[in-house]
Design a protein. Structure first.
Length: 105
């Protein structure tokens, strides 16, 4: 098969619904991480970089402008995104009944 003929072969696409779900999840994760610096429960000043237990690794950027709505948004996203990730990962797992003898007692 030559390079020209190989490039003309179209690979089957996944479901449009799965593609849309993936795009939706990417936007949710992006919005979640975009507002982490503005959470109201964070301390007023950033954590020091040189003293243990190095808490700055969790929130390296802390802004003085806060809004409690971002706390509610992130709390809802944390619960919603984790369950959505587990659901989506289950879509790509093969059924255990079709696998040969993986049933453990």
């Amino acid at each position: 098969m030559t390079t020209a003929s190989r490039s003309s072969v179209l690979l089957p696409r996944a479901s449009a619904a799965i593609d849309n779900l993936r795009a939706f999840v990417i936007l949710l994760v992006l919005s979640f991480h975009a507002v982490l610096a503005y959470l109201d429960f964070l301390p007023r000043s950033p954590f020091p970089f040189d003293s243990p237990p190095y808490l700055w690794r969790a929130f390296p950027i802390v802004d003085t402008t806060r809004w409690f709505g971002f706390d509610l948004f992130c709390a809802w996203q944390n619960v919603f995104l984790m369950s959505l990730f587990f659901f989506v990962s289950g879509l790509f797992v093969d059924s255990p009944s079709r696998l040969p003898s993986l049933w453990y007692c």
